[in-house]
Design a protein. Sequence first.
Length: 466
Amino acid sequence: MVEQKAKSTVTPELLDRLRMQVRSNPQTATEVIDQLKAPDAAEVINDLPLEDAALTISMLPVEEAVALFNEPSLERRHEILAKFELERAAAILSEMSSDERADVVRRLEMKYREQVLPLLPESVQNEIKFLLQFPPTTAGGIMSTEFIRIGPDISVSEALNHIRAVSKRRLHFYSIYVLDEDGSLLGALSVRDLLVANPHSSIKQVMRRYPISVNCMDDQELVARKLAKYNLLAVPVVDDKGRVLGYVTVDDALDVLVEEHTEDVQKMGGMEALDEPYMTTPLFSLIRKRAGWLVVLFLSEMLTATAMGYFEDEIAKAVVLALFVPLIISSGGNSGSQAATLIIRALALGEVTLRDWWVVMRREIFSGLTLGTILGSIGFLRVAMWSVFTDVYGPHWLFIGVTIFLSLIGVVLWGTLSGSMLPFILKKLGFDPATSSAPFVATLVDVTGIVIYFTVAAFVLSGKLL
C-alpha cells in the first residue's frame, strides 16, 4: 500500500454534507477530496457519474490518485482508469500495491489492457502476469507480493538494517518471512520480535518456526477464516513446494468476508449475486439477475396449482379445507427457510461439514416434529375455539382439527428436512449452498405441502366429509 499524507477523520454528518456539495457542484470535488482520507474520498467519488469521477481523480497528484485506487471501496476502478490517458494510467498502476493492481488489471477490457501494460516497468509487468494466473477468488488471486524476506543465518542486527533499507519500497509490512535458498518458508518474525531480541542472535534462534500458511489455490473464504481463527494480521501464501509467493492481510480478509456474505445474502434472497454494488449495477443487468430466478420460482409455484387441481374433488366436497391451504404451506415454507438459513450459515462458517449431515438430520427430525406439534396444537385449538361460536366447520370440526394437527406436523417436518439437507446436497454436487435459497426451499415445500395436507385429509375425513 502507498502511504498518504495525514488528513483529519471526518464525521458521518460532515461526510454527507461534502457528498451533497460534490453532487450539486462536481467542480468542487478536488477541493473536497483534498480534505479527506482515501476511504472517505472514495465514498464521495462513488457518488459521482463516471465522467466526473475520472475527471476529478485525473486532477489529483499521482500520489493521491494511487491512494484512492488502492481503496477496494472505490467503485468502478477499472472504468475510471480506462478514461485516463495511457501514460497517466501507467503511472498509477506502477505505484499501486500488487494485489489491488492485479484486481484492477483483471477487470480492464483486453484492448485497453494490451495498450497500457507495455508502458509499465518490466518487473511490474511480470508481477501482474504472475498474479493473473491465479483465479480471483483464491489466496493467490488476492495476495500481495511485496514482503520482506531474510535468511536464517544473519543476525538480528543485520536483519533490522535490511528492513530499514527496503522499508521505503514496502511501506506496510506485517511479518518478516525467513526463507531458505529455494524460497521455502522456514519461519516468521514480527518487527517486535526483532526489537526485543538480542542484536547478536541469529535469526534462526529467534524466529517462530512452522508458521501458519495457506496454499496459493486455497479458496479466499478459507483464508479469511484461518486469519480469524488464529488472530493473524497476515498469513503467508505458499505454492505446492512450500515456497512463499506472497501474503494475505487481515484487511483483505475483511473485504473477502463482506463480499462472500453479500453474495450469500443475495442468493438466499432468490437471485443471482451482483457483480457490482447495487447503485452502480446497470438497470438491465439488475433485472436480468433477478428475472431468471423469479421465472424459475414462478414455474415451480405453478406445480402448486397443479397439485391443487389433482385434489379438486376433495376440495369440492369439503370447501372448508381450502381455508387452511395458506396456513399449511406457509408453515412448511417458513420452517424450511429457517432450516436452510441456519445450515447455509453454519457451512459458511465451518461450524458443520458434509460429514455432519446425519447429525444435522437427526437434530432436524426432532426439531421438525416438535415445531410441527406446537403449530399443529395451535391450529387444532383454533378450530376447536371457532366451533364453539360458529358452525363454519360443521359437525365434523373435530376431524378437521385432527387433519390440521397431523398435516402441520408432516409439513413442518418435511420443511425442516428439506431446508437442512438441500445445502448439503448442493455442496456435495459442487454448487454454492446459498443457491438453496429461502424462496427455493419455500417453493419446494409449498408443492409437497399441498400433497401432504390433502393426503392426510383424505385419510382422516374419509367417510365423513370425503
